[in-house]
Design a protein around this ligand. Structure first.
Ligand code: PEP
Length: 253
């Protein structure tokens, strides 16, 4: 069956020393808390991956990158390949975050290449999808999300698709303090699972973890995570302090 996961996305926050200290503090908090009912992931800036992985027990906390290149290697100054990410000990990579799509022009076609390279290097993508406010208000949200999934992921084999974690992140809820209601989130998660079932069958769909992201915090995590098709969260702001992140993790019962 699918896993429950709570993944923190630090974005461009924390220097190396702060990142290591956070990871070690989180490890202690998790060890002291027998109520942790999910896999825990922290997604650090590239430059922290190796040091953070070395500073903690990565069987207890998994480490993720926030991106990887759409090329395998070569003359791409400033880029970081999936193979390089994997060599640090990271097991996951966030792909298609709305900030990457909107600020850095990442298209479905680029994300398709990144996904293939991540999988070829045994990294599990946490693949983000989600509609803008305008798209929801014009009732295009289901079509938008379906197209994002189809364009980037539906040429994968069922075996490869089975390695993907999806994160539904309505763009209007990211970093805004506006959260999708649990009814809105559940409705979209059920739609995503049906979209997967129609393509790959019920077993693959039932085994796919679909996370919610968008202003999830200790106060709303429990209600969101109790929805039948919500398997955890991708957490931005509330992943930057251990107490907040533990509060979100405690929402998974
Ligand atoms: C995110 O950036 O993935 C995210 C969900 O951010 P926040 O929790 O701050 O809305």
């Amino acid at each position: 069956m699918r896993k429950n996961i709570v993944a923190g996305n630090w974005k461009m926050n924390k220097n190396l020393q702060e990142g290591i200290a956070f990871a070690q503090e989180l490890q202690v908090a998790i060890a002291d808390n027998d109520k942790v009912k999910c896999e825990v992931i922290i997604s650090t800036p590239f430059i922290h991956l190796a040091s953070v992985s070395a500073a903690i027990d990565t069987k207890k906390i998994n480490v993720a990158a926030q991106n990887c290149a759409d090329k395998a290697s070569g003359a791409y100054t400033g880029e970081v390949s999936a193979a390089m990410v994997a060599s640090t000990g990271a097991k996951y990579v966030i792909l298609g975050h709305s900030e990457r799509r909107s600020y850095y022009g990442e298209t479905d076609a680029i994300l398709k290449e990144k996904t293939v390279l991540a999988l070829a290097n045994e990294l599990k993508p946490i693949f983000c999808i989600g509609e803008t406010k305008e798209e929801r208000e014009s009732n295009k949200h289901f079509d938008v999300v379906k197209t994002q999934i189809e364009n980037a992921l539906f040429e994968l084999s069922a075996a490869d698709f089975g390695k993907i974690v999806l994160a539904y992140e309505p763009v209007w809820a990211i970093g805004t303090g506006l959260t999708a209601t649990s009814a809105q989130a559940q409705e979209m998660h059920a739609f995503i699972r049906k979209t997967i079932a129609d393509k790959y069958g019920k077993e693959v769909a039932d085994n796919t973890s679909i996370l919610y992201g968008g202003s999830c915090n200790p106060g709303n995590a429990k209600e969101l995570f109790s929805c039948p098709d919500i398997d955890g969260g991708l957490i931005g702001g509330a992943s930057l302090k251990v107490a907040d992140f533990m509060g979100v993790i405690a929402g998974m019962e």
